[in-house]
Design a protein around this ligand. Structure first.
Ligand code: SF4
Ligand code: SF4
Length: 253
């Protein structure tokens, strides 16, 4: 069983997702890292089997870099909310330019593209791993599957399933705490509801989520439109399933 030639690449992001790879020293048994600025001293951008990309595309340079990465890689995997849905930085796509200029004294200081976008808006993506940060075990399973020529299984079902499997009491039913669990994908082990907190969506939308139905639930619980909107204005706000809600039913900014 040969090792896969791999690269870990960073666009606009906090490094948190690639840092989770340090929790998996066993990855070195499967992967021969050719490029990973955070992880090793000598790096070269050469043809590889698999690229892990963290971060959203926010600058002209990143627009070019992601195309170069795609050209060099057989398989491209986005890791984390930024690469997969645009991340926190994509909140600016919803258009509040005055907030920009309240932070930076001059607009000319801001050298970014008009929007911060997920990698899939620029190049073909083979697999997506959501999370802020990712669960490194999901990445390990993906690598093992690819090594054995199997199709990787990445959870896309709702967090509520993981929550019930842990035997948690539902925080919405029992305590009236708003929770995005019904529309967010599993993968974290239902961390927040396990400590009596609502999920705020860092693992992104689940497959075919019924977002409108959950919004009705929140309204019936007495939440204002602004409170509902704030729940979805998270690091995955620019994922299609949440974006259409924020730009549609829950109105503009
Ligand atoms: S607490 Fe949240 S994740 Fe758990 S069952 Fe209730 S709604 Fe679903
Ligand atoms: S419960 Fe929700 S917010 Fe908490 S870690 Fe899991 S996906 Fe993220």
């Amino acid at each position: 069983m040969g090792k896969l030639r791999a690269g870990v690449f960073k666009l606009s992001s906090c490094d948190g997702c690639q840092a989770t790879l340090f929790d998996l020293p066993q990855l070195w048994d499967y992967l021969d890292f050719k490029y990973w600025l955070l992880g090793k001293r000598d790096n070269s951008l050469e043809p590889i089997d698999i690229a892990f990309v963290e971060g959203s595309v926010s600058t002209r340079g990143e627009e070019e870099f992601i195309k170069e990465i795609r050209d060099k890689s057989n398989i491209l995997v986005t890791i984390g909310a930024c690469a997969t849905s645009g991340g926190i930085q994509a909140l600016r796509n919803f258009g509040r330019p005055e907030e920009f200029t309240s932070v930076y004294p001059k607009k000319e200081f801001i050298k970014v593209l008009d929007r911060s976008t997920p990698v899939k808006e620029h190049v073909k993506v083979d697999f997506e791993i959501y999370g802020c940060p990712i669960n490194p075990l999901i990445l390990e399973n993906l690598v093992k599957a690819l090594i054995h020529n199997k199709r990787p299984e990445i959870p896309s079902y709702p967090l509520c399933m993981e929550c019930k499997l842990r035997g948690n009491v539902c925080v919405m039913d029992a305590y009236g705490i708003p929770c995005l669990g019904p529309v967010v994908r599993a993968g974290c082990g239902a961390l927040c509801p396990s400590v009596k907190r609502g999920c705020y969506g860092c693992f992104g939308p689940s497959k075919d989520p019924n977002v409108s139905s959950l919004v009705s639930w929140f309204r019936n619980m007495g939440l204002s439109e602004e409170e509902v909107r704030r729940l979805f204005e998270n690091e995955n706000a620019y994922a299609e399933e949440f974006r259409s809600l924020l730009e549609g039913e829950l109105g503009g900014s």
